[in-house]
Design a binder for this molecule. Structure first.
Ligand SMILES: NC(=O)c1ccc[n+]([C@@H]2O[C@H](COP(=O)([O-])OP(=O)(O)OC[C@H]3O[C@@H](n4cnc5c(N)ncnc54)[C@H](OP(=O)(O)O)[C@@H]3O)[C@@H](O)[C@H]2O)c1
Length: 274
């Protein structure tokens, strides 16, 4: 697959997320002379890409033409400073793709102009290894071709889903944006519980981590649902069943706890949104 958006792509902010996206695009065939990086201090990974692919980069990189897409990968609080000068570089058809957490389409439009095509997307940290989950939504000025470009760009760092109702972005943030942290927390809890049963710390951590990694990889490679994979480990009357009766069977079990957690994260996302 080759990524061709038909003109310059300007990436603003070459930190963890920006560099992961740039690596994915270049890996998937984006021509290096179509990618421009705007960041006064790119992270180490970005610096390596700039060097390896001889990319044009800097605090204000020269562009050969109006950018077709500007990807905003700076911290949300930087938007007020970054967007007004960027607006001058853009044309009325330039698509802005923002991955800034909590910055909604309306607040971006205030800074960019009411008729500017804008897509808001929420990726997650496994994007750094090309296994992210991104969810995108757009305003009404985004064309079908522009949406296709966004799908191509975000597919370079994992899977993408498109939503039509921006209000769902808070729940998306709670589930997939914050989601990697839940698996890490579960791994920590599993290791600690192993220690409580007499395993030493090193062994308990190894068992928990490798088990989670293996289970996640199995889920990725299997066509079965998580519920079937779970049942495959659970023999009637066995050890897994004994644990799952505690985890899933009790009134205040994991399902209820997860509901509460996702509800709290969704609420917090709403509070932070703007
Ligand atoms: N990391 C995640 O898990 C995650 C998940 C979903 C969404 N996001 C969103 O992705 C965005 C980037 O996050 P990140 O984790 O990649 O942050 P990051 O590593 O801090 O990257 C941001 C980059 O932007 C640079 N920068 C600062 N001011 C700039 C300016 N005026 N012009 C151009 N570049 C500038 C920063 O340089 P300095 O370091 O010198 O300030 C840094 O290199 C955020 O909006 C965040 O909400 C992140």
């Amino acid at each position: 697959m080759t990524i061709d958006i038909g003109g310059p792509l300007l990436l603003v902010g070459a930190g963890k997320m920006g560099s992961a996206m740039a690596a994915g695009w270049l890996d998937q065939g984006l021509a290096p002379d179509a990618l421009f990086i705007q960041d006064p201090a790119p992270c180490e990974n970005a610096q390596k890409l700039i060097c390896d692919y001889a990319l044009v980069a800097g605090a204000n990189p020269p562009l050969p033409a109006e950018p077709v897409i500007i990807v905003l990968a700076v911290k949300p609080q930087m938007m007020t400073d970054v967007l007004p000068p960027l607006k001058k570089k853009a044309g009325p058809q330039t698509l802005f793709l923002s991955i800034a957490a909590g910055k909604n389409l309306a607040s971006l439009a205030v800074l960019l102009g009411a008729a500017q095509p804008i897509v808001r997307a929420m990726p997650n940290t496994p994007a750094a290894i090309g296994q992210g989950m991104s969810v995108a939504c757009s305003n009404e000025f985004v064309t079908a071709d522009q949406a296709e470009h966004v799908i191509t760009l975000l597919s370079a760092i994992g899977e993408i889903a498109w939503i039509n109702d921006e209000a769902q972005m808070d729940a998306v943030t709670a589930v997939s944006g914050s989601g990697p942290a839940y698996l890490f927390a579960l791994t920590e809890c599993l290791a600690r519980a192993g220690m409580h049963q007499g395993l030493d710390e090193q062994l308990a951590s190894q068992l928990a981590r490798v088990t989670m990694e293996g289970a996640a990889a199995l889920m990725r490679h299997s066509t079965e649902s998580p519920a079937v994979l779970r049942r495959n480990v659970t023999s009637p009357g066995g050890t897994t069943e004994a644990a799952l009766e505690v985890l899933l069977g009790e009134e205040e079990g994991l399902a209820k706890l997860m509901d509460k957690a996702i509800s709290a994260a969704t609420k917090r996302s709403k509070e932070l949104s703007g």
